[in-house]
Design a protein around this ligand. Structure first.
Ligand code: COI
Length: 356
């Protein structure tokens, strides 16, 4: 059976809430657009998805995901091009990654017609919710939950896939101060570090709360064996400009999220002729580069965070202050280049911007 966007049932809101949105004061993740998409998986098949008014959900207290965390999610963004047409940035890459997370978490694959066609239809319907200011977008949150009503421990058989959307400004509205973590661990080889499983974020709350009390914004995680090699920041991948090279931790050990923005950044830099090394990067090497004046830039990348400059990196008592951001050639160029593609201001030679 070939299922298309036409098979997605739509019930529209009677009265849009768009008038309540203040485009000059959009905080990340606090407002939701009029509609959401819901699809159920039962008896080994996905049922017909539905787009319906955004509303609260009711679950039995025995529902699996409350207890055992069989829950995964994605983050995607939609922008408006200069003519006002919606563009979704690289949704196929998020779809592929969601299904990698699903496999590792014993959850069913989400078919393309639900993830991609459902998302396109939802964004088309709620296109007025895409803010147009620079650095503004509609954040798209697809997610899947295990919804068996059973408190025994076993992979669930019933699932719910949803997409909600939320108008967004910048995730960080200031350069970030990062604490290099060598007590707590995010991921080991063989674990779930490469997935967007809810538990990866749940387990980071306590360590992040601790470093926030110390005045830092986020953690840079290190490997669990030696606490020597850097992995990723709580909300984003990480890049360092050392000398004339850009270095980012490799993702071959399945301990680091394969960021879509990470991949876009690597692609754009290599096309510009800049050397990008994906390899193990130790905190010792970063400190040595700092001492010799070779550490020129450091930034995080992510769908929510976009390109987030790091102004300070602290490891134990060693606070490394990065040079003034006005001097940063790589991150500043990337920020503009990526924005031009996302907002449809530049020819998209990669086919990254998908229309609705
Ligand atoms: C994203 O960048 O989309 C994320 O999911 C990171 C964070 C907001 C949890």
């Amino acid at each position: 059976m070939i299922v298309t966007a036409l098979d997605i049932k739509v019930s529209k809101v009677e009265n849009s809430r768009i008038g309540e949105l203040d485009p000059s004061n959009i905080q990340f993740g606090k407002t939701y657009s009029d509609h959401m998409l819901v699809a159920y998986y039962e008896d080994g098949v996905w049922k017909q998805p539905e787009i319906m008014p955004f509303h609260d959900l009711t679950f039995s207290p025995a529902t699996t995901f409350f207890h055992y965390g069989q829950a995964i999610f994605e983050g995607v963004k939609a922008y408006k091009d200069p003519e006002g047409n919606p563009l979704i940035f690289r949704p196929y890459d998020n779809w592929t990654r969601m299904n990698r997370s699903a496999e590792r978490m014993a959850m069913p694959e989400v078919p393309e017609y639900i993830f991609i066609e459902g998302m396109r239809k939802l964004i088309d319907l709620d296109r007025d919710w895409i803010p147009t200011g620079e650095e503004s977008s509609l954040y798209i949150r697809p997610f899947m939950l295990a919804i068996d009503e059973f408190i025994g421990v076993r992979p669930a058989e019933k699932f719910m896939f949803m997409i909600i959307t939320s108008p967004a400004g910048p995730y960080y509205n200031h350069p970030v101060s990062i604490y290099v973590q060598d007590k707590y661990v995010r991921a080991f080889p063989g674990g779930i570090g490469f997935t967007k499983a809810a538990g990866n974020y749940g387990m980071s709350m306590y360590p992040t709360q601790q470093i926030k009390k110390m005045g830092y914004d986020q953690i840079l995680w290190t490997d669990g064996f030696e606490h020597k090699y850097v992995q990723e920041i709580g909300t984003m991948n990480v890049f360092f400009v050392i000398g004339d090279k850009v270095i980012t931790p490799d993702i071959t050990q399945d301990t680091i999220l394969a960021g879509v923005t990470r991949d876009s950044v690597i692609t754009l830099l290599r096309e510009k002729g800049i050397i990008v090394e994906e390899r193990p990067l130790s905190i010792d090497e970063i400190e040595a580069a700092y001492r010799s004046g070779q550490l020129k830039e450091a930034f995080g990348t992510g769908t929510a965070a976009s390109i987030a400059p790091i102004y300070a990196l602290t490891f134990h008592e060693d606070k490394m202050l990065l040079p003034p951001m006005e001097t940063w050639e790589v991150a500043n160029w990337l920020k503009k280049e990526l924005a031009d593609i996302r907002y449809g201001r530049k020819t998209d030679i990669h086919g990254w911007a998908v229309s609705v």
